[in-house]
Ligand binder design. Structure first.
Ligand SMILES: NC(=O)c1ccc[n+]([C@@H]2O[C@H](COP(=O)([O-])OP(=O)(O)OC[C@H]3O[C@@H](n4cnc5c(N)ncnc54)[C@H](O)[C@@H]3O)[C@@H](O)[C@H]2O)c1
Length: 330
């Protein structure tokens, strides 16, 4: 039975990935280490929490002693590092926790993985490490030019991960994905915020004029890409993950408001007061990257991955999930 040590598994992507892995293969063991910061939520894992081959450990990945004990006890074959401070706005307010978790935490995991016959260490990284570009797409060999403290901490971790491959031969792979959306994402992030504010008839803040461009991928397609890398990825390589779905913030916000209204109407629920009038332009984020553009040809051509979920259907699933959550909480 393969043993997967997953960090940050109570967060958005990590929890979706754990459910994805169990959905693919029941015959595996998963150990989920999560500190349960404000961003971690065990409700995300309710449906698998009693699986006999699943273990949750509340721990900080920076805690070297505990991590050594966990590695000794569970002897993982695969490490997949999702744990991170992940919100750019918070990193602009204060970067300390970002450096601790994203850089030092990754270093602890790398150290613990040495001399333990690990089959693969996957570092879950982001398109933000490449910085911003007005034109063209970043490939895996584009230089790292992060512009905010979150992106800089993730770029630092990527460099560290690469150095453990070159120095010690640790079997690492780095994946760099574009913006995810889907169920279980924290309300502070753009898409859940627009859905929830629409449902609550609250103002929807938009930075600047909303012209910044992001590339959106459904979280399950990201999970599928990570699983493809687990199956067929080449050790020492970096893989970009993108669904080639760029949108200006203002456009995606309008699409979500109108889609939320339409879904509520279709479900016979109250949609009064939901309109683009909820949009409120606010002062731009400091150092706001204009555009991220990612080329994932390498993943598609060499590993055979492809986007499964079209934006429209992914968004519908996501909006329905947040509506259902609100109805349950009522
Ligand atoms: N969300 C995106 O669009 C996106 C895109 C590309 C890459 N990523 C990367 O994917 C990973 C997961 O992102 P997410 O959106 O799920 O983030 P998230 O904030 O939803 O989840 C992060 C999880 O890490 C845990 N955590 C934080 N500090 C920890 C520590 N010191 N020790 C143990 N656990 C800790 C939190 O409790 C939380 O459960 C991150 O590494 C992020 O950089 C995210």
């Amino acid at each position: 039975m393969d043993r997967y040590l997953i960090t940050g598994g109570a967060g958005f992507i990590g929890s979706n990935f754990i459910k994805y892995l169990f959905g693919k293969n029941k015959d595996i063991r998963i150990i989920n280490i999560d500190k349960l910061t404000y961003a971690g939520n065990l409700q995300n894992l309710k449906e698998i929490e009693n699986n006999y081959n699943y273990t949750f450990i509340q721990e900080d990945i920076c805690n070297r002693k505990s991590l050594e004990d966990i590695f000794n006890l569970y002897r993982p074959d695969y490490i997949i590092n999702f744990a991170a401070e992940s919100h750019v706005d918070r990193s602009i307010e204060s970067s300390e926790e970002f450096i601790k978790t994203n850089v030092l935490g990754t270093q602890v995991l790398l150290e613990c993985s040495l001399d333990r016959n690990i089959k693969m260490f996957i570092q879950i990284s982001t398109d933000e490490v490449y910085g911003s570009t007005e034109t063209g797409l970043f490939t895996e060999i584009s230089p790292l030019r992060p512009n905010n403290p979150y992106a800089a901490s993730k770029a630092s971790a990527d460099l560290l991960v690469g150095s453990f491959y070159n120095t010690y031969g640790l079997p690492v792979i780095i994946t760099r994905c574009s913006n995810n959306y889907g169920p279980c994402q924290h309300n502070e992030k753009l898409i859940p915020k627009v859905i929830n504010n629409s449902l609550d008839r609250r103002k929807i803040p938009v930075y600047g004029r909303g012209t910044n461009v992001r590339d959106w991928i459904y979280v399950m397609d990201h999970c599928h890409a990570i699983n493809t890398v687990l199956d067929r990825g080449v050790i020492g390589e970096v893989y970009n993950i993108s669904s080639n779905n760029e949108k200006r913030n203002i456009d995606i916000i309008k699409i979500i408001i109108n889609k939320t209204k339409e879904i509520l109407q279709t479900r016979g629920l109250d949609s009064k007061g939901i309109s683009e009038d909820l949009i409120e332009f606010v002062a731009d984020r400091k150092g706001h990257d204009k555009r991220y553009g990612l080329d994932s040809t390498k993943l598609i051509k060499t590993l055979g991955w492809n986007t499964i979920t079209q934006f429209e259907s992914g968004l519908e699933k996501t909006i329905n999930w947040y509506i259902d959550k609100k109805l349950i909480l009522k």
